[in-house]
Design a protein around this ligand. Structure first.
Ligand SMILES: Nc1ncnc2c1ncn2[C@@H]1O[C@H](COP(=O)(O)OP(=O)(O)OP(=O)(O)O)[C@@H](O)[C@H]1O
Length: 350
């Protein structure tokens, strides 16, 4: 079931002497239970597009449906009610410094019909959900960045939202804390059936949490698909760049290239990148190419990820053998569904 349907969204910001097109005729559908990642560099239009979901940003034109209701034509009162069901978290947490952790989480419940005791129980339950029940009387200044973001998550859940929008929520955090936050979001997605839209400039974060991905550039989505599709068969250069960073392939290739300056390839050696998906890992196949073609494999780097329950592997290796044998070995690997790309020793390939 589609929970969010953005259709033909345009957002243009008019300034004195120019207009900035932030989102250009873009559509996106988010199904219930998705963790939908939107990745792109700063200025791509991610926040602007996503802020149209709760009309924090009014689209210049286009339709915004949440659970089938057109949001752009609601009265102010109706919109206020609907917005309560769409929680948001941000890069800089946006907590109120003068309120305790408890006070911050209780803030959205100020006008709710719950009794004082019910509110208290609810806030304590939310703090338990994010593992901060022992810090309820602290002030934000007494917390780490990761803890502040956990308070922000608890606050975003106060009105039992169906949708959580995470706008660069992990961008100010170190990698370990980022993973803790992403684990919390993944758990809330599973346990509460929370639909999450995750905006980030880091494909790594998408890889950890999302099941669907859209890549955005210059106000448009240039590529979209399931996490597995995007990681195993990216089409656009920008998508490939993001993935190469997220799988540490870029870093590994730079090291390999440095190594090859010291010890260049022999004439019967070739540098290759091997990609495979699924359970029949490339490993046994690489041993068969020695038996069948007398081509030896020297693996310089390898990385395996489990993406939505599917193993996805990447290796950088040197094949050594007679040229015609190496060609036949590569053809055989490709026949078996293993993707083999010859790498330029000096320069990065697109
Ligand atoms: N209120 C505004 N007035 C004018 N221009 C704006 C406004 N908000 C965003 N823009 C412009 O719209 C474009 C898209 O910005 P947006 O914030 O959506 O990008 P983003 O991909 O979310 O990047 P970031 O993560 O840096 O916020 C940018 O060129 C930005 O300068």
């Amino acid at each position: 079931m589609a929970v969010i349907e953005l259709k033909d969204i345009n957002v243009t910001f008019k300034q004195k002497d120019q207009s900035i097109v932030a989102v250009q005729k873009e559509s996106i559908t988010v199904e219930k239970g998705d963790i939908y990642g939107i990745v792109g560099y700063s200025g791509a239009g991610k926040s602007t597009l996503v802020r149209t979901i709760n009309l924090l940003q009014k689209p210049t034109s286009g339709s915004v449906k949440v659970n089938g209701t057109e949001m752009t034509t609601l009265s102010d009162g109706e919109l206020r009610e609907r917005r309560k069901k769409i929680g948001m978290i941000f890069q800089h947490f946006n907590l109120m410094d003068e309120l305790t952790v408890f006070g911050n989480v209780a803030q959205p419940l100020k006008h709710s019909k719950l009794s004082k005791d019910e509110k208290k129980a609810k806030v304590n339950h939310l703090l338990e959900l994010v593992g901060l029940d022992d810090r309820s009387q602290n002030y934000p200044s007494q917390l780490s960045g990761g803890q502040k973001q956990r308070v922000a998550i608890a606050r975003a859940l106060a009105n039992d939202p169906e949708i959580l929008i995470s706008d660069e929520a992990t961008s100010a955090l170190d990698p370990k804390t980022t993973n803790q936050i992403l684990e919390i979001l993944t758990r809330l997605n599973k346990e509460l059936g929370l639909t999450i839209v995750l905006i980030t400039h880091e494909m790594q974060a998408i890889k950890e949490a999302a099941n669907k991905v859209a890549v955005m550039e210059n106000g448009t989505i240039i590529e979209r698909g399931s996490l597995l599709e995007i990681f195993t068969n990216p089409q656009q250069k920008l998508t490939k760049d993001f993935i190469n960073t997220a799988t540490n392939r870029d870093e590994a290739l730079t090291k390999v290239q440095e190594l090859l300056v010291e010890k260049p390839l022999a004439t019967d050696e070739r540098l290759v990148q091997i990609n495979y998906v699924g359970n029949d890992t490339a490993q046994p196949l690489l041993s068969t190419i020695y038996a069948d073609y007398q081509v030896t494999t020297n693996i310089l780097y390898s990385n395996m990820e489990i993406l939505t329950q599917t193993p996805v592997g990447l290796a950088i290796a040197i094949f050594k053998g007679q040229p015609e044998n190496t060609n036949a070995a590569i053809a055989s690997l490709i026949d078996h569904g293993v993707n083999v790309t010859e790498l330029d020793v000096k320069q990065e390939e697109a």
